[in-house]
Design a protein around this ligand. Structure first.
Ligand SMILES: Cc1cc2nc3c(=O)[nH]c(=O)nc-3n(C[C@H](O)[C@H](O)[C@H](O)COP(=O)(O)O)c2cc1C
Length: 341
């Protein structure tokens, strides 16, 4: 969970409890990646996952597009007490090659990428270093392509999922198949192991994913409210207050569609059809606004990523949550097995 939610403490606690902790490095500079990987290794000898976004940086942005995108957010900057936003300049995000160099030198046991693909040659090189490699798919075509590119496993990300849609071969709004349907279709379409993601918050969800033929489940939203997570306090509070699905998909925060708790920024920018820059330039443009809003405890301009099953979130320490998930999964499987009688 890039952007501050995943922390070495969270990843290490999850790994230490017997699951696979993840470090979301999409927005992390190489030095920070190395520091966090070392911090996880200091805390646990277990396997963990490092994750990057495979999205290419946009070409140069026209001044007119900059002006329009800035105009769309200026009033919010003023309202929160920030100086007027300035045109963003490349690089808008850390350099993917430099990030991959850290993955290659530090060799996390598992590496996954989201929002794109790596060529088969690169995947095989990572595998030759002893790294298990996975990629995200939001439709069957992406899963097939990832398999052609030799990944060890495929994360099937259903439309329920919190955070960025991993779609890279289609318009993301045409790739909103729910987890139930998507996992089953991908399991049938590829030979690689499938990891189900999207809307899974408890053992019943994990058991359902296993029943659909997934080998594992990937949970994001379920871990946001853990004390070890670095999510902003207002994000955790709103998440725990959610009574039902209160999420929307927006591209106005980063430039790519992502699901989060609905707030003023998402609603107003969406309703106006406000212009935005391409990913990740828009993420750079809204960065100061998001940070100031979070600091002020004001949910209006914070990207509070969350999946559709958000109302099932629990504020447990990560190790306790993993233990509860395991117990619930086994209990659910036992209950289902008893149906035979
Ligand atoms: C706060 C947050 C941040 C996320 N960041 C990433 C990320 O950096 N990389 C990634 O592959 N997926 C990311 N995701 C998506 C998850 O990998 C996964 O698809 C999703 O959390 C599953 O749905 P759920 O949130 O309903 O459990 C993020 C999700 C959330 C909620």
């Amino acid at each position: 969970m890039a952007g501050g939610t995943s922390t070495p403490a969270l990843a290490a606690a999850v790994t230490g409890a017997g699951a696979l902790g993840s470090l979301g490095f999409a927005y992390t500079q190489p030095e920070g990646m190395q520091r966090d990987i070392d911090a996880v290794r200091e805390r646990t000898g277990g396997a963990f996952n490092a994750n990057l976004f495979g999205a290419p940086q946009p070409a140069a942005i026209e001044p007119s597009a900059q002006r329009a995108a800035i105009a769309a957010v200026s009033a919010y900057y003023e309202e929160i007490g920030l100086p007027a936003p300035q045109p963003v300049r490349p690089p808008y995000a850390p350099d993917l090659e430099a990030q991959l160099a850290i993955v290659e030198s530090s060799r996390p046991p598992v590496f996954t990428f989201h929002l794109g693909e790596l060529p088969a040659r690169r995947v095989r090189h990572l595998q030759s270093l002893g790294i298990k490699v996975g990629g995200s798919a939001t439709c069957v075509a992406e899963a097939r392509r990832l398999e052609t590119n030799s990944v060890d496993f495929i994360v099937a990300q259903g439309a329920e999922a919190g955070g960025h849609r991993g779609t890279y071969l289609r318009d993301p709004y045409d790739a909103l198949t729910g987890t139930f349907a998507l996992v089953r279709m991908i399991v049938r379409a590829v030979r690689a192991p499938v990891v189900a993601a999207g809307g899974i918050m408890d053992g019943a969800g994990i058991a359902a994913a296993l029943a659909l033929g997934a080998q594992a489940a990937q949970l994001g939203t379920a871990f946001i409210a853990c004390p070890e997570s670095g999510a902003a306090r207002v994000h955790k509070e709103r998440l725990l207050a959610a009574q039902e699905d209160e999420t929307l998909i927006t591209e106005k925060f980063s430039g790519k569609p992502a699901r989060g708790l609905a707030n003023r920024f998402m609603r107003e920018m969406g309703a106006q059809g406000a212009p935005h820059l391409a990913f990740p330039a828009q993420n750079a443009l809204t960065g100061a606004l998001r940070a100031a809003s979070a600091k002020a405890g004001n949910p209006d301009f914070v990207a509070m990523w969350a999946g559709q099953a958000v109302a099932l979130a629990r504020a447990l320490p990560a190790a306790e949550l993993v233990a509860a998930l395991e117990a619930e999964t086994l209990e659910c499987l036992r209950r289902l097995a008893a149906l035979r009688r």
